[in-house]
Design a protein around this ligand. Structure first.
Ligand code: FCB
Length: 456
């Protein structure tokens, strides 16, 4: 099973999950510092204060990437390192870190993929309303331009936002993520302002000469329980309607405005019933509809729903009345997430049909398991099976005609898994947090060989 010649192989991480050094070189506070330091928010009271200490160990980490033959490394820039309060003057010491990181990657012949926002909003902006405040979108565009001004001569691949659905609906809807607000109206507003920030930033990047710009979404095929193991199962009309609505709230809410400059009716309706639509101003959709080259797809598992007459909307899903979120009949990872590899090909084929004008890249895919180090090795057979199964489906999607440019595993390193803290290990490289020792797991060695032969 051989992949296209120029297929991009790599791994992904995010700033707050790996960097540590939260008070160094003028970094300001982010909403994740505040959130993780508030008791009860994160498992075991974990914080990103030290994380993988990547801020100090990035050279060694790039050495590891080179050994694993990665062709690309997707990392995110911590906004509060660049502007401690999220606006105004740019902090040269913060920029210097990413400058060195990029140089070191290029020296190792690894292409940097820069994500500008992976959830660590400057706390000072949150204090003024965060993403519920329209002004945050404009601050984001300024920040994006400042990062591009420093790195744009060497970085050609840019992502604006990581998973705006999660930022809006877990951050402002059910409060499981920072900033921990729980108001459906705030979540709907935030989703729109995140999109506006994406559009404004994409335009600035383009004007500044960025070669490739993408929006990264968490997307999943939305299936009824019977469809999980039988793609040809025909759902009842009511179940199909539920699946259609959740697909719209999860994926079309973001990609229709970005790619077509339109909001689906169901999204406008959900906004109307949750705080109203006044925050959507004339001309916004044109701004959001800035040309992009790629959609980045983060896939872990399908979303399984059926009709649930009389049920209220879930806190993370304004507009999801009368829908029941169901469990899949499938084995699960340590996160409890169902393992359904062919969900990935179903998703990629669908996206390539619905949004044919943009290319696709799998910007995250991977799994957490309870790994143990034994005699200096980690025999993570389950992760190898997970990755192998999903890569076969990526290949299948390419054969079916999807314009798929690459695959980035989540994650290079075990890291701070948000509300789950350090107990969930997604890395292909094991991290001993007490010593910061890195041990490539069997999956890393397997992945190195996959990259080496460009296939399975
Ligand atoms: C995604 C996030 C990423 C990581 C994985 C497991 O939603 O983008 O940071 O936590 O989930």
């Amino acid at each position: 099973m051989i992949f296209p010649e120029d297929f991009v192989w790599g791994a992904a991480t995010a700033s707050y999950q790996i960097e540590g050094a939260v008070k160094e070189d003028g970094r300001g506070q982010s909403i994740w510092d505040t959130f993780s330091h508030t008791p009860g928010n994160v498992a075991d009271g974990d914080t990103g204060d030290v994380a993988c200490d990547h801020y100090h160990r990035f050279r060694d980490d790039i050495g590891l990437m080179r050994e694993l033959r990665l062709g690309a490394y997707r990392f995110s820039v911590a906004w509060p390192r660049i502007q401690s309060d999220g606006e105004g003057s740019v902090n040269p010491r913060g920029l210097a870190f990413y400058d060195k990181l990029v140089d070191e990657l290029l020296a190792a012949e690894i292409s940097p993929y820069v994500t500008l926002y992976h959830w660590d909003l400057p706390q000072a902006l949150e204090d003024r309303g965060g993403w519920t405040n329209r002004d945050t979108a404009y601050r984001f565009a300024d920040y994006a331009e400042a990062v591009h001004a420093k790195l744009g001569d060497r970085v050609s691949d840019w992502a604006t936002l990581n998973e705006p659905w999660v930022a809006a609906f877990l951050g402002y809807g059910n409060g499981v993520h920072a900033p921990g607000r729980r108001r459906p109206a705030d979540a709907m507003r935030s989703a729109h302002h995140l999109l506006l920030g994406h559009g404004l930033a994409a335009r600035r990047l383009r004007e500044a000469g960025a070669r490739s710009i993408m929006l990264v979404v968490n997307s999943s095929p939305v299936l009824t329980p019977a469809q999980v193991n039988d793609p040809s199962a025909v759902p009842s009309e009511a179940d199909a309607a539920s699946a259609h609505r959740i697909h719209t709230l999860l994926t079309r809410q973001f990609l229709d405005p970005a790619v077509y400059g339109t909001y689906p009716e169901e999204v406008l309706d959900a906004a109307a019933r949750n705080g109203g639509t006044d925050h959507i101003q004339d001309g916004d959709l044109e701004l959001i509809n800035a040309p992009i080259d790629l959609v980045g797809v983060n896939y872990y598992n399908p979303c399984v729903v059926e009709s649930g007459p009389g049920l209220p909307a879930d806190a993370a899903w304004p507009g999801s009345e009368n829908v029941r979120f169901a469990t899949a009949d499938a084995p699960t990872t340590a996160m409890g997430w169902p393992i359904v590899p062919d969900g990935l090909s179903r998703l990629l084929v669908r996206l390539s049909q619905d949004y044919p004008q943009v290319g696709l890249m799998v910007t995250e895919n991977g799994a957490a398991f309870d790994d143990v180090v034994q005699d200096g090795r980690v025999h993570d057979d389950e992760r190898v099976a997970y990755l192998d199964g999903h890569l076969r489906e990526v290949h299948r999607a390419i054969e079916a005609g999807a314009d798929l440019r690459g695959y980035l595993v989540w994650s290079l390193l075990d890291n701070f898994e948000w509300a789950e803290g350090y107990r969930r290990r997604f890395g292909i490289v094991h991290v001993d947090y007490a010593t910061q020792e890195r041990v490539p797991k069997d999956s890393a060695l397997w992945y190195r060989d996959v990259i080496g032969r460009n296939g399975l």
